[in-house]
Design a protein around this ligand. Structure first.
Ligand code: GTP
Ligand code: MG
Length: 449
């Protein structure tokens, strides 16, 4: 790296550090603790057959609602930059991810999936990738550095042809996002069937993520008209079983327009507070999950090593049993064979071979076998031999069966596991504690302000 490039890189890093909030850094560092190539929790967990997912660095908010409900306008207002096209025509045709970054750019569908690998199954929805894009904005407004918005196509009934299965794609996205904002606008087709069906299915699974808003409330006429529109929408929603709850909340929001002051109550700031609350919750959850994952990895290493020790002592026992049975299996036929040889061999040759003393002691040792063999009537000798052969086979088979060993870890592997366990239990956990402390300090100082 040349001096100037290095200087610029350092300047960039310093600028990043200056503009990055504590929360951003906490989520980023947690993410890095999971994804580091050598020491990452994800790869460590794989060694103990645990599948971990790295936490996200931002929360994701999906906006749905009928066509022209003001979804894209809300995003533009939040980030204070006009990145999403807005207008009375059907403006947003596909899915648009709006996220913050170092420079303003627009990315294609494939680049979007590269940036958000966990959204890659979207490829299973034919046609979606061509209608997918990411708008990167340099905005640092509100909590935008910690948020990714997912703008969706306006929902309409009837002949409108979507280039992909919009219902299924939205339902699938609903599983992955942290918040789902549903915008109902008082003048459009707020109550279109498609919107109601999607909202109903989403709320069957994710009612706690969903927020309902009466958008463009400044266009709803007088207070009484607004109340009537809202009642109608709520009544219609409550007809659906998954949405039938008491205390249905539907704040009224609109994009403040200094040229067109409105007397209508605007609860748009509460939306921002809600986003902040979800971010705070996400940080707490991420830190708690980090601790839980450390504990789980630690415990799994312990039980893996205990299983390995057990397998080792099993193998030792099995080996001993196998050897004993093997010898037992061989002793019987060997003894009989020696006995047979000793009796059928010419006595003189045996005497020459072993000497008189040797021959006598051989006879002495073999006498129980000879006694046993002689006690079997001659005509049963064949069957006795057959039984013996069978017995030998059974004993040898049992020896093989009982000496089967279990797989064990190599010493090197075990050492590595223990090192990783120590790393997770000390380094990662300490890091979690210090991040938690920073998070709390920051919360306290924010409240002081
Ligand atoms: N008066 C008023 N007009 C709004 C408000 N929000 C959006 N609009 C206008 O409503 C029109 C539609 O807004 P969009 O943001 O494009 O709506 P959308 O939901 O993204 O529409 P599609 O992308 O077609 O689904 C635009 O002309 C906006 O200027 C609002 O709060 N008050
Ligand atoms: Mg739009």
């Amino acid at each position: 790296m040349s001096g100037r490039v290095r200087q610029r890189a350092t300047a960039n890093a310093n600028m990043d550090a200056a503009t990055t909030t504590v929360n951003e850094r906490i989520l980023r560092e947690c993410h890095a603790l999971y994804t580091d190539e050598t020491h990452g929790m994800v790869s460590i967990a794989q060694n103990v057959d645990l599948k971990l997912l790295a936490p996200r660095k931002k929360i994701t908010i999906m906006l749905i609602g009928n066509h022209s409900a003001g979804k894209s306008s809300f995003i533009n207002w939040y980030i204070e930059e006009h990145v999403q096209r807005t207008g009375v025509a059907i403006e947003t045709q596909g899915f648009s991810f709006v996220t913050s970054g170092r420079r303003r750019e627009s990315l294609t569908g494939n680049a979007t999936l590269h940036l958000y690998p966990h959204f890659q199954p979207l490829l299973d929805f034919p046609g979606v990738v061509d209608y997918l894009q990411t708008e990167v904005s340099t905005s640092k407004e509100k909590k935008f550095p910690l948020v990714t918005f997912v703008d969706t196509p306006g929902l309409v009934d009837g002949d409108m042809n979507y280039p992909f299965d919009v219902n299924e794609a939205i339902l699938w996205l609903g599983d992955l996002v942290d918040m789902i904002f549903v915008f109902f606008d008082p003048i459009g087709q707020a109550l279109c069937k498609r919107t109601l069906n999607i909202v109903e299915s989403l709320s069957a699974k994710h009612s706690e993520r969903m927020r309902f808003y009466l958008s463009k409330a400044d266009e709803a006429g007088h207070e009484s008209d607004r109340q009537r529109v809202m009642m109608q929408i709520v009544q219609e929603l409550c007809k659906r079983p998954t949405l039938n709850r008491t205390g249905f909340e539907m704040p009224t929001i609109f994009i403040p327009n200094p040229d067109k002051p409105s007397r209508c109550v605007n609860q748009i700031e509460d939306v921002c507070k809600d986003i902040e609350k979800t971010i705070t919750q996400t940080i707490q959850n991420t830190l708690n999950q980090l601790e839980k994952d450390c504990d789980e990895i630690g415990d799994l290493v312990d039980s893996k090593i205990a299983r390995d020790n057990e397998a080792r002592s099993h193998n030792l026992r099995a080996g001993t049993k196998g050897i004993l049975l093997f010898f037992l299996g061989l002793t019987l036929p060997l003894a009989l064979l020696v006995n047979l040889l000793a009796t059928s061999f010419p006595q003189k040759m045996l005497k020459d071979l072993l000497g008189l003393e040797g021959m006598e002691s051989l006879k002495l040792y073999l006498s129980p076998i000879r006694g046993f063999w002689d006690s079997i009537p001659q005509e049963y000798h064949f069957y006795a031999l057959l039984t013996l052969a069978l017995l030998t086979l059974i004993l040898l088979g049992a020896a093989k069966f009982l000496s089967r060993s279990k797989a064990t870890m190599s010493r090197k592997h075990k050492k590595k596991l223990l090192e990783q366990q120590t790393y997770v239990r000390t380094v990662v956990k300490d890091k979690k504690q210090s991040l938690y402390k920073e998070y709390l300090q920051q919360m306290v100082s924010e409240h002081d302000l």
